[in-house]
Design a protein around this ligand. Structure first.
Ligand SMILES: [Zn+2]
Ligand SMILES: [Zn+2]
Length: 153
């Protein structure tokens, strides 16, 4: 049993891999959907307008970037770096090379889990239109992000 304090509402809860309590996880899922949809319509949105439109906190958005649920397009990629080699990346924790390395190491120990290779064909940073907005998956956020990092905190 691992009791933690919810990062969001400060309630104590039984840790199961999320930093938030179940209620907040659920709520954040809804907010994430709004964030993703907003970014499809406004790929150059800045942090304040994104947060206002979606109800998300800056911290939530940064968390989604780390988790790979949001991708940065274009120049904004420089704000995330690979945790292994420090190369700028667009999403997640590792660059493609290191991710492949990590995946192959994981595959050795957990081969039965069957690693789902994520498709390499998705161009990052492509401006989305309502027509090809997916009903699920990652959101893509363009470059303005870096500017906000500097000013907002
Ligand atoms: Zn909570
Ligand atoms: Zn790397």
């Amino acid at each position: 049993m691992d009791i933690r304090q919810c990062r969001r509402c400060r309630k104590l809860f039984n840790y199961v891999g999320h930093f938030n309590c179940p209620a907040c996880v659920h709520e954040l899922d809804d907010i994430f959907t709004k964030v993703r949809n907003y970014l499809y319509d406004h790929p150059q949105a800045d942090m304040p307008s994104l947060c206002e439109a979606s109800g998300a906190e800056e911290e939530d958005v940064l968390g989604w970037l780390r988790e790979g649920r949001l991708i940065l397009g274009g120049d904004a990629a420089a704000m995330l770096v690979c945790e292994n080699c420090r190369k700028p990346i667009q999403t997640g924790r590792y660059c493609d090379a290191c991710a492949a390395l990590v995946r192959s190491q994981l595959a050795e120990t957990a081969e039965t889990l069957g690693g789902k290779a994520r498709s390499e064909e998705k161009p990052a940073g492509r401006p989305g239109s309502a027509a090809d907005r997916p009903s699920s998956g990652q959101g893509v956020w363009s470059r303005k992000f870096l500017d906000i990092r500097g000013g907002n905190k």
